[in-house]
Design a protein around this ligand. Sequence first.
Ligand code: SF4
Ligand code: SF4
Length: 134
Amino acid sequence: MSKIPTDYGSPGNAATLLDPSVTYVCQRCTACCKWPGDVRLEDSEISPIAEYLGMSEAKFLGEFTRLRTNRQGLSLIEKPNHECIMLVGNACRIHAVKPAQCAGFPNTWNFPGWREVCEAIPVPVLPGGSGVVE
Ligand code: SF4
Ligand code: SF4
């Protein structure tokens, strides 16, 4: 963990280092659900997640969100050990509607050194489109 830079955990801070000929397939190791830092929640993601959880938006916002570190939007909250509040065992409680930050890592954003802490497997992208869909 010491190799993760201090500005990790946010696509807005990321320096994406991707090979366009490769897509990475998540192995559900949950490491990215356990790093301290913001799990950015966009406005458009609030309603689907609240509905998925069977909660009102107000209740969801009150129980599961906080301001991002930079105070420029919302983040999911974390447990005392820094795991995301939505991680239950080795599964995401809101996998079907998880935030774009979660769905995009490591293919749409990442950070220098991410391969050392993520178990996703690289798969060649086929000509004319991506090779793999999770
Ligand atoms: S994206 Fe990487 S770190 Fe996150 S769960 Fe998948 S394999 Fe693990
Ligand atoms: S919302 Fe789900 S996928 Fe995203 S960090 Fe939390 S547990 Fe992981």
